[in-house]
Ligand binder design. Sequence first.
Ligand SMILES: [Zn+2]
Ligand SMILES: [Zn+2]
Length: 96
Amino acid sequence: MAELRHSADGDDDGGAPVRCAICGGQAAGPCARCRRPVCGDCCVLSEGGVRTWALCLGCERRGGRSLAGSWLRVVGWVLGPVLAVLGLLLLLRLFA
Ligand SMILES: [Zn+2]
Ligand SMILES: [Zn+2]
C-alpha cells in the first residue's frame, strides 16, 4: 500500500484522498444528510429549494428526497388556512 506516487491532485494535507463511503472511489463531496463522503456515482442530486443537495444512496433510499417534500409541506401550511377561509366565505355566500 505504501506507494510513493506523486499525484497531480494537489491533495497535500498528508492523508489519502477522501474515499467514497460506498464504493471506495474518489469522493466528490459529503452527503447533505449523513456527511459521509460520496463520489458522483454513489449520490443523487436532490433539488429542494435554493440549493442542490447531494445525498448518498443510503440516505436517498431512506426517503432522502423529502427535502422537496418539506417545501410542499410549507406550501401546505400557507395554503391550508387560506383555502379554509375561502371555503368559509363561500359557505357564507351560499347561505346568505
Ligand atoms: Zn462511490
Ligand atoms: Zn447520506
